[in-house]
Design a protein around this ligand. Structure first.
Ligand code: SF4
Ligand code: MG
Length: 315
């Protein structure tokens, strides 16, 4: 709710003014139980920062992250760590996120020990085999090291680690971006199966629109730290309202879109230190009118629907 996060930039020289960039600005996002919400947008739009805020790897400057309706900042200050179990993260590169010096079983034992789960080490070892089975890796693989596996298998192991604490939400940040096409499909199907079997919610951060169309229930489109459009998967993909969403979809030839979007994406995403006044998309928007350069459009609901769009020309 109303989550913002900015970062200080290193100064170019000692007397240079302090600059801050706003990575995430006033974001509201709701992920329901068992639902897959995708966050899409070009690189640098704040998707990963948002994922880290949701996971608890960084704290918002303002706003609240609530898990099951409870503000995480409150549970954190109470000294209980249960809130950290609830949300887990799967990164793009499992080779970087899995320790090369630990066997797979050691890696999976760690969260179980940290949160004192499964009673004893005997119980935890049983759970490790069960976790490997869930991601379709033979239990005998537990004694091996990450480098002995393929990229797809490593990502399965990273998913097993995320599942270890029985989270209610898994944040996948470009979790399949580095994989070959056929392996990508397997991992996506595994995530979808697990989600159903374990009734987990997924926050799926990706720039891969065909994959998002395949697995998301609802989609939020980010541009320069703000959500500019959100709605159900079919609403957003088949009838995009925001000129930026239209341009993003038009730039992805693999998509099955309803009517071809009119807009095309020209120019580069502006530097986050130099966000235009008014609508952040105004410099690239083919539909921009004079109002767009002075007044920032608010994200607002379209009628009675769950769709929200931030554009002066919509709604
Ligand atoms: Fe384009 Fe104006 Fe809408 Fe921004 S508010 S997306 S500049 S038409
Ligand atoms: Mg990223």
């Amino acid at each position: 709710e109303g989550v913002s996060k900015s970062f200080a930039l290193p100064r170019k020289h000692p007397f240079a003014p302090k600059l801050r960039v706003s990575a995430v600005a006033d974001v509201n996002l709701n992920v329901r139980a068992g639902e897959t919400v995708a966050i899409v947008g070009e690189s640098g739009c704040g998707k990963s920062t948002l994922g880290r805020l949701v996971t608890g790897l960084s704290e918002p400057d303002t706003g609240h992250v609530k898990i099951g309706g409870v503000d995480r900042a409150l549970t954190a200050s109470s000294g209980k760590r249960d809130h950290l179990r609830e949300v887990q993260l799967v990164f793009q590169d499992p080779l970087a996120s899995l320790s090369p010096r630990r066997t797979v079983a050691q890696t999976l034992m760690e969260p179980l020990r940290n949160f004192d789960l499964c009673g004893s080490d005997v119980g935890r070892r049983r759970r490790v085999s069960e976790l490997l089975e869930k991601v379709r890796i033979p239990a005998s693989a537990g004694s091996r090291f990450p480098h002995e596996f393929s990229g797809g298998q490593r990502q399965r192991i990273a998913i097993a680690r995320a599942l270890a604490t029985s989270p209610s939400l898994i944040v996948c940040d470009e979790a399949v971006a580095a994989l070959d096409v056929s392996v990508k499909a397997q991992i996506i199907n595994l995530l979808m199966d697990l989600q159903e079997a374990e009734s987990i919610s997924l926050l799926f951060i990706s720039h891969d629109l065909p994959i998002v169309q395949h697995l998301a229930d609802s989609v939020s489109v980010m541009y320069l730290g703000r959500i500019v459009e959100s709605g159900s998967r079919d609403d957003v993909f088949l009838d995009p309202k925001h000129p930026y969403t239209q341009a993003l979809l038009a730039a992805s030839p693999m998509l099955q879109v309803g009517r071809r979007a009119r807009a095309t994406l020209t120019g580069e995403i502006p530097s986050p230190t130099d966000v235009p006044r008014g609508c952040a998309f105004s410099g690239r928007c083919p539909a921009a009118v004079s109002r767009c350069f002075v007044e920032r459009p608010q994200l607002s609901r379209l009628g009675e629907t769950h769709r929200e769009v931030a554009c002066h020309l919509v709604g």
